[in-house]
Ligand binder design. Structure first.
Ligand code: NAD
Length: 304
């Protein structure tokens, strides 16, 4: 199959691209390298350098059968400081890619949304039919993207799969709490500043389990838009992450908390997704949290 992966040079996108290539698909990566490097495009993939803030040029998607749309600005904190930029890349960028699909006759679309669309859900694990209630600009942009997936599915018959990802971590990730802690600990192993009270408690899933979930959901794509959660079975606190990572790095820092229950404006302090819908299709996460942190720490030590 001819597949286009936007954001295919990024953290999750590069792992996804490798898996698609290994499965025998022909993959084109579309990326602006806003948050990645040209060298990160997996070998064997074709490259189109493009910014999804602008509508793709006519013909750019010709021959493509499925678009996996991952290109985004994933910075929740930053979306409070740069709301327009976040909207243009995340919400309008998703619209641009769907519109390009419509014009080129691409009939299948997979979109990486996020657990943050649920906001502060009172039901946990949160199922897919729980009403979304975004509390950050990033979440609002993702929900707008989901809405366009649904409208393009109903209006133009573009099958779409919306994937609400929990916190994904692992090799090649250069953002998020673990990367942030690693950088701080490398500079100062005796003291670790933590945004919030350290009790924020969320689901963290290793990237290889995330990609296997994405592919299972994609293979079951239906004629209409379908939503799947992808996450781990348990939550971990920020303090626990600090301790597990410190252990891997051989240090025991004093944890210094800054702020209250929320790490930053728009932070969702508690998150756990129900994954029974995806599990009913045969998916199951394989990498335990501790093992995932071990693998990621080994990669970080080698590369940073
Ligand atoms: N990592 C997580 O924990 C997580 C959780 C929920 C959802 N997601 C979503 O999954 C997707 C991938 O996230 P990631 O963690 O791999 O992020 P990432 O930043 O590593 O990858 C994003 C890629 O998109 C590219 N990109 C950014 N802006 C672009 C633009 N305007 N045009 C074209 N390319 C652009 C970047 O250069 C990068 O290669 C994103 O849509 C993100 O919102 C990630």
């Amino acid at each position: 199959m001819d597949v286009l992966v936007t954001g295919g040079a990024g953290f999750i996108g590069s792992h996804l691209t490798e898996s698609l290539l290994a499965a025998g698909h022909r993959v084109t990566v579309l990326d602006s390298f806003a948050n990645s490097k040209r060298e990160s495009v997996p070998k064997g993939a074709k490259l189109v350098e493009w910014d999804v803030s602008s509508a793709p040029e006519p013909g750019m998607l010709d021959g493509i059968e499925t678009v996996f749309h991952l290109a985004a600005d994933p910075d929740v904190k930053g979306s409070a400081l740069r709301p327009r930029e976040n909207f243009v890349i995340n919400a309008a960028g998703t619209f641009n890619m769907l519109e390009a699909c419509r014009k080129s006759g691409v009939k299948s679309f997979v979109f990486t949304s996020s657990s943050v669309v649920y906001g502060e859900a009172k039901v946990q694990p949160t199922p897919e039919d729980y009403p979304p209630s975004p509390i950050s600009n990033y979440a609002a942009g993702k929900l707008a993207g989901e809405a366009y997936c649904m409208s393009y599915s109903h209006t133009y018959g573009i099958k779409s799969t919306v994937l609400r990802l929990a916190n994904i971590f692992g090799e090649r990730s250069t953002h998020g709490v673990m990367f942030d802690f690693y950088k701080k600990l490398k500079e100062r192993p005796s003291r670790l500043e933590i945004l919030g009270n350290g009790k924020q408690s969320k689901s963290y899933l290793h990237v290889s389990d995330c990609v296997s979930g994405m592919l299972v959901a994609f293979e079951m794509q239906k004629s209409q838009s379908v939503v799947f959660n992808i996450g781990s079975k348990e939550k971990h606190t920020v303090d626990e992450i600090a301790q597990t990572l410190s252990l891997e790095l051989g240090c025991s820092p004093q944890l210094v908390h800054q702020g209250g229950a929320r790490g930053w404006a728009g932070d969702v302090p508690e998150m756990l997704l129900s994954t029974s819908k995806l599990e009913s299709l045969g998916w199951k996460p394989k990498i335990a949290f501790g093992e995932g942190v071990r693998r990621y720490a080994a990669w970080l030590k080698k590369h940073y």
